[in-house]
Structure formats: structure tokens, C-alpha cells
Ligand binder design. Structure first.
Ligand code: GLU
Length: 277
């Protein structure tokens, strides 16, 4: 009986180990698996008008929200079964890597550095870095005019902030904040001289304060917006790429753009070509 008992103890230990692994939280569900279970958690911005905005009544609006909902619908999930989670620029990779979101639609540029940690479907939009200034400003007209100690606000963990550090550092004073809405407040109260990020984001803020803030100069980078998801989740990435393509093809992409970003006066561009890397 001694042998039998040790076998039983061994089996019990194995069972405990198995349950611990299964419930350990290390197991990440793919976006398609979550969708198959009927729910999705999606990372968006909460403070970017026209793109990802939490309204005072608790609803969410913007082009990224529309794209996220279209994709969810194609994955079989109704809008009421989406949980929206704020995804500030610096936290997007971590939210995906930790499995706290199924995907991120948050003005999220596809870059090689980010691709080391996450995968991207898309692009679903192409924007470009630009500058937002107070309308009474006369001397800031583009990135070259930021020298002379101009105070420039951008957001930690964003590609525009990185671009300034890498290429325009000189005597520009880069002031990193956590969100663009905080940068815009700093611009309005005179703590900074300009805000830099993608033109489409800046257009939304300029439209909030007509006659007070404006976008200046030509876009000086190319920002290809992707939908970020867990690295290696090729099945979901393929499905999300199909959804983006169908949103473009059936006209929903242009309609969603007009109804969201369109209000800022940002012109409707031609849709991008979805990558199939
Ligand atoms: N598209 C840029 C980025 O992904 C800037 C916008 C943002 O920070 O969300 O970093």
C-alpha cells in the first residue's frame, strides 16, 4: 500500500501544479479567444477629441472608437460588450503584454521598436507629426523654428517626443507630459510655446479652441496607425486586418472619419493599404 499512497500523492501534486498553471494568469487569451467568449477589452485614448474621447456622459466617441467597434463587430462582439480602457501613450505596449487589453486602437504608430514587444494590424490611417501653437504666435512655423530655447510639450513614450529628442534636440526644451490634453492646457496657460504630435490629433484640439490655437507648418514625419495586439497572435491579426480592409471597402471607414475627425476640418485622405507582413 505504501507504493499506492505515493502514487496518489504524486498525482495530487501534479493536479495542483496543473491547476496553478492554468489559473496562474500567465496564460494570455488571444483577442479571438476573448471575442469567442463574447467580450473584448480595448485600449483607446480618453482625451483626444475626434479620435478617442470619453464624453461627460460616460460614452466614448472618435475615429479610433469607430474602428475598434467595427473590428469588434467583425469578431462577433457587440459594442455593449466592449470594455474601454484608457491607454496612455507610454503604457500601450505594457497593457498588451500584460493581457490587460485585447487590442489597442489609440493613435498608435507602427514602429520597429514597438514591434519587438507587440504586433500590429493595419495601418488603418496615416498621419504626420506637426506643431500646435497659440494663434498669436508668429515665430514658430515648423520644427526648425523651435531653436532658441522654445518650450515644446509632447507625451512620454510617443514617437513625436522621440523624434524631437533624436533629431531636433539642439536647444529645444522638450517638456514631456503624460497626455496631450495636459500639453494643450500648458500651451493655453503659457507654460509651453508649442505642442507636438500627429497633425490629426492637433487638429482636434485646435477645433476645440478656434481663434486661440492653431496647427502650423507641414507634417514632418509619417505616422502609420496600427491596431496593437499580443505578439504572435497571428490569427487575430489576420482577422483584424480583414476587418480594416472591409471597413475601407464598404465605405464605413470614410463615413466614420467624416463623422468624427471631419468636424475639425481635417480633410479626408485616401485610405492606406493594409500590410500583410
Ligand atoms: N502616433 C504617435 C505615437 O504612437 C503619437 C500619438 C500618440 O502618442 O498617441 O506615439
Amino acid at each position: 500500500m505504501r507504493i499506492n499512497r505515493s502514487i496518489r500523492v504524486g498525482i495530487a501534486a501534479l493536479a495542483v501544479a496543473f491547476v496553478a498553471t492554468a489559473c496562474g494568469g500567465d496564460e494570455q487569451k488571444s483577442a479571438s479567444q476573448s471575442a469567442a467568449e463574447g467580450n473584448l477589452t480595448v485600449g483607446i485614448k480618453f482625451d483626444q477629441p475626434g479620435l478617442g474621447l470619453r464624453n461627460p456622459d460616460g460614452t466614448f466617441s472618435g475615429f479610433d472608437v469607430e474602428v475598434a467597434q467595427y473590428v469588434a463587430d467583425k469578431l462577433g462582439v457587440a459594442p455593449e460588450n466592449i470594455t474601454w480602457k484608457e491607454a496612455p501613450s507610454a503604457q500601450r505596449e505594457t497593457l498588451i503584454e500584460n493581457g490587460e487589453v485585447d487590442y489597442v486602437v489609440a493613435t498608435y504608430s507602427i514602429t520597429d521598436a514597438r514591434k519587438e514587444k507587440v504586433d500590429f494590424a493595419g495601418p488603418y490611417f496615416v498621419a504626420g507629426q506637426s506643431l500646435l501653437v497659440r494663434s498669436d504666435n508668429t515665430d514658430i512655423t515648423g520644427p526648425e523654428s523651435l531653436s532658441g530655447g522654445k518650450r515644446l510639450c509632447s507625451v512620454t513614450g510617443s514617437t513625436p517626443a522621440q523624434n524631437i529628442t533624436d533629431n531636433y534636440a539642439g536647444d529645444v526644451q522638450l517638456q514631456p507630459y503624460d497626455t496631450y490634453s495636459a500639453c494643450v492646457e500648458a500651451l493655453r496657460n503659457g507654460s509651453v510655446d508649442a505642442v507636438t504630435t500627429d497633425d490629426i490629433i492637433l487638429a482636434g484640439y485646435a477645433a476645440q479652441y478656434p481663434g486661440e490655437l492653431e496647427v502650423v507648418g507641414e507634417p514632418f514625419t509619417e505616422e502609420r496607425y496600427g491596431i496593437g495586439l499580443a505578439k504572435g497572435d497571428d490569427e487575430s491579426r489576420g482577422k483584424i486586418n480583414d476587418a480594416i480592409q472591409s471597413m475601407i471597402d464598404d465605405g464605413s471607414w470614410a463615413t466614420a472619419f467624416d463623422e468624427t475627425v471631419g468636424a475639425s476640418g481635417y480633410p479626408l485622405p485616401s485610405p492606406p493599404t493594409v500590410d500583410r507582413y
